[in-house]
Design a protein around this ligand. Structure first.
Ligand code: PLP
Length: 367
């Protein structure tokens, strides 16, 4: 079997989760997220945030795309759209799930290397939108969306988030942070955020379980910072198919993830494995599309070497850089061609896999 660096959801789940699902299997509980495990998981997340129960609203659902479309369609007025970077998951990888709810994803420019939305671009767009004498002829910008960690493996500093927050406040816009990979962003060095800071920085965010050792599941946290965007959220959750009859399955998983620091231990492991791989690749003078500190690495690789490694490992093609990009990456003088591929580590990655990958890299590169 080939070793996979394709993504962080290739395996089942953390053994602690499986064990707790087994232990509680014959217990009878309430349904639809009103069981004691879901309530306990909610309390643990509140404690982690240092928030009082009446301050925040927390819900669970199965997947990331589902969480995004349910949150966005709940918060937006019927005529509003959501602002996103081009690589934002809702703009690039969700099969128009947001548009299917009747809301346009308004795509703003972003740095092609980091994939991050930045405050300057956001401000320029909003200024121009509101300078128009007939702004109502295009969708009302009603929400700011970005992922942290991003789809490019980068993560936001508190400073970058504060700058986006300032613009959002100026235009009275809610911020939704997609945290499908929040764990790896919160333990990434440097610029590590404390989860408590999110109470001030965003209006709603998700805590991804699926990519951090859960069988599946995302927690949705409304911070109710200035406004209660969560009002009647359970109706939208149900209407859009996100409310599980066996909500306990999500409750047990999140209750386990937030016991004994498991969520952060899993994320630290994923990042440590990525660090080992990054260091090994840098020692081999490999170029990176962008500098990341989380569990996703994007590297430039010669197509012949890529094909050889693909015989023994799984990883995904990302893009083929154009001439301009090669120049920007300092490779204009090279007579080689390059592809960019993505390597992802996870809570389940083994150190030996990294060694094997680097050893085979050496074997093939020297052929
Ligand atoms: C940032 C981000 N958001 C949302 C999703 C969607 O999650 P799911 O595949 O569970 O629908 C992904 C999945 O890759 C993601 O990377």
């Amino acid at each position: 079997m080939r070793i996979s660096f394709a993504n962080d959801y290739s395996e089942g789940c953390l053994p602690e989760i499986l064990e707790n699902l087994g232990k509680t299997n014959f217990e009878q509980t309430g349904g639809y997220g009103l069981d004691s495990y879901s309530k306990s998981a909610i309390r643990k997340i509140e404690q982690l945030l240092g928030a009082e129960p009446e301050q925040v609203d927390i819900h669970f659902t199965v997947g990331g795309t589902q969480a995004n479309l349910i949150v966005i369609s709940h918060v937006l007025k019927p005529y509003a759209g959501v602002l996103s970077a081009p690589g934002g998951h809702i703009a690039s990888h969700e099969s128009a799930a947001i548009e299917a709810t009747g809301h346009k994803v308004i795509v703003l420019e972003a740095d092609p290397y980091s994939g991050k939305l930045d405050a300057t671009t956001l401000a320029a767009f909003l200024q121009e939108y509101w300078a128009d004498s007939e702004p109502e002829h295009s969708p009302f910008p009603g929400m700011i969306y970005f992922s942290n960690a991003t789809e490019y493996g980068t993560h936001y500093s508190a400073q970058e988030l504060s700058a986006i927050r300032d613009i959002a406040d100026e235009y009275d816009l809610p911020i939704f942070m997609d945290g499908a990979r929040l764990g790896t962003a919160l333990v990434a060095e440097p610029d590590k955020l404390n989860i408590k800071q999110l109470l001030d920085l965003v209006d709603v965010f998700t805590i991804g379980g699926t990519k951090n050792g859960a069988l599946s599941g995302e927690a949705i946290v409304f911070t109710n910072r200035k406004q209660n965007y969560a009002d009647r959220f359970r109706w939208t959750l149900k209407q859009r198919g996100g409310m599980l009859a066996k909500g306990r399955l999500l409750g047990i998983q999140f209750n386990t993830l937030f016991t004994d620091d498991l969520y952060f231990r899993a994320a630290r492991h994923a990042n440590r494995m990525a660090d080992l791989l990054r260091t090994g690749l840098k020692q081999r003078n490999v170029r990176f599309w962008t500098e990341t500190k989380t569990n996703q690495l994007f590297i430039l690789i010669n197509p012949k070497l890529k094909q050889m490694l693909l015989q023994e490992f799984v990883f995904l093609d990302w893009l083929i850089p154009n001439q301009q990009q090669l120049i920007e990456l300092g490779l204009e003088e090279s007579d080689q061609s390059y592809h960019v591929v993505r390597l992802v580590t996870s809570w389940a990655t083994q150190e030996e896999w990294i060694e094997q990958f680097l050893n085979r890299w050496d074997d093939f590169a020297n052929l």
